[in-house]
Design a binder for this molecule. Structure first.
Ligand SMILES: *Cc1c(COP(=O)(O)O)cnc(C)c1O
Length: 474
């Protein structure tokens, strides 16, 4: 497969280069596959649902063709995914795709583990070590650190904003040893991301150190996220004729979004043939993309802190991919925007629990509320001309360009698939505040609480960061 630069489509690279460089060092653009192959129906429509690994293998094959042998690809998939993505029905028309069964209890394990193994395969021919730089708003760092921990020839430096992530997330990030280190940056996530991006465009630094990224800008993290959309939508499609007696429902996938890597993967999965009618891009008060869908104007802004902190992104880096795949008009037919404030998030955790018994985390809660509003009439009232108030949380699209699937929702022929991106125990305090008790903690999370903190404090200053890299990694 050939990969093109989003900023200059004449710049083309192979899969290995896209993976190892992360972004185009000259233009600063991101890589996208030149074309997205459709999965054969013989794969998606097998009677007896295919397993997660089967789907992952078939879906990945064309993207790595000629560069990863089939056997190696399957070995990478099997080693990456000793866990899967179960679908939990929580009410007759609502399913939760649980993406937290990996080692760090967040969906980012899916992308990070595949990326680590692919990079390690490609890197095995190199004599120089490869240095991964990763900025994180919470879950990326621990997923990437855990995925690369102990991988020979590669080390990882994690940058996270001091005090802007939960204490448990900080523990998960700052307790690695060996080839994984973390820097606690006095600033916001956007500051961390800027330091990393500046390092990648610093030619002098790149001539000394082999650098690569591991943020969702890396295509090898986005690709495997498409696997669970293909898998989850196939499962739900099979199930709902029994659960809700809907034979041919419109499947609406609700994606709690920050940097928009997850939604981009969903859009890719849809192009590959996943039976998904449309998406709801659900955010917290960092509503850059919902506002873009509504107003047609994209304006990034500084991020604000919220209870769903892994989505605290004001300038989502995958917007570049999103707008590469779809024009504004096309996006508006496929994607509804939605945003929710912190009070709404607490209420949503509570209402999901009291109505379904399911304990959902603050990120998933935003998705639950977005779906619940849509199916109970938010889109219909929009279509019948009741305007949205400008600054209130809620649905973001305008009457004229409401998604094409709005009618299906009004006709009660929609089924929702909510992406539950983290285990609720990662946000125990917030869940406790909402429902009066903490979710029980999985053993793999409990273990990190007793490990010593090894993170290094640093100002958000590129010169300081650069000097540290040179003296510590060279
Ligand atoms: C990273 C993260 C998100 C946002 O995902 P993007 O791909 O950045 O949009 C949502 N929820 C959780 C729990 C996350 O860790």
């Amino acid at each position: 497969m050939i990969y093109c630069d989003t900023r200059d489509s004449t710049r083309k690279v192979d899969f290995k280069t896209a993976v190892m460089q992360g972004m185009d060092p000259v233009t600063g653009g991101l890589y996208m596959p030149e074309s997205i192959p459709v999965l054969p129906r013989s794969v998606l429509f097998r009677n007896i649902s295919p397993s997660f690994r089967d789907i992952a293998f078939e879906a990945a094959k064309p993207f790595v063709a000629g560069e990863l042998p089939d056997d190696e690809l399957m070995a990478i998939i099997a080693d990456s995914y000793p866990f899967t993505a179960p679908v939990a029905p929580i009410d007759p028309t609502t399913y939760v795709l649980e993406l937290f069964h990996g080692p760090t209890c967040a969906f980012k394990d899916f992308g990070a583990r595949f990326m680590a193994r692919v990079m390690s395969w490609f890197n095995s021919e190199e004599s120089q070590p490869l240095h991964i730089l990763v900025a994180t708003s919470g879950d990326t760092g621990s997923a990437v650190g855990s995925a690369f921990h102990g991988v020979p020839g590669i080390d990882v430096t994690i940058l996270y904003p001091t005090g802007k992530i939960s204490p448990l997330q900080e523990k998960q990030l700052s307790t690695f040893d060996g080839n994984v280190r973390s820097l606690s940056i006095e600033g916001t996530f956007d500051d961390c991301q800027k330091l990393v991006k500046t390092a990648f465009t610093d030619a002098a630094l790149r001539s000394r150190l082999r650098l690569s990224s591991a943020n969702s800008i890396n295509i090898s993290r986005l690709l495997p996220q498409a696997f669970y959309y293909l898998y989850g939508s196939t499962l739900v499609y099979e199930r709902c004729r029994y659960d809700s007696k809907l034979d041919c429902p419109s499947l609406i996938v609700v994606v709690p979004s920050g940097n928009f890597g997850n939604l981009t993967s969903g859009l890719m999965a849809r192009k590959m043939g996943a039976q998904i009618r449309g998406f709801i891009a659900a955010t917290n008060a960092n509503r850059t993309v919902p506002d873009w869908l509504e107003s047609g104007v994209y304006s990034s802004r500084p991020s604000v802190s919220t209870l769903s902190n892994a989505m605290d992104v004001g300038a989502p880096s995958n917007f570049e991919r999103l707008s590469h795949m779809y024009s504004l008009e096309e996006a508006r037919k496929l994607i509804a925007g939605y945003w929710l404030d912190d009070q709404g998030t607490l209420d949503a955790i509570r209402s999901c629990h009291s109505r379904t018994g399911y304990i959902i985390d603050p990120h998933g809660a935003v998705a639950w509320k977005a779906w619940d509003d849509c199916r109970s009439g938010a889109l219909s009232s929009l279509l019948s001309g009741i305007p949205l108030s400008a600054n209130e949380p809620g649905l973001r699209c305008t009457k004229a360009i409401a998604p094409e699937w709005a009618r299906d929702c009004a006709d009660r022929n929609c089924v929702g698939l909510l992406l539950e991106t983290a285990h609720p125990a990662k946000f125990g305090d917030t869940v406790q505040e909402a429902i009066g008790r903490e979710p029980s903690m999985p053993e793999r999370l409990e273990k990190v609480l007793s490990l010593p903190d090894r993170s290094i404090p640093m100002p958000a200053d590129y010169a300081v960061f650069r000097d540290w890299l040179v003296s510590n990694l060279d």
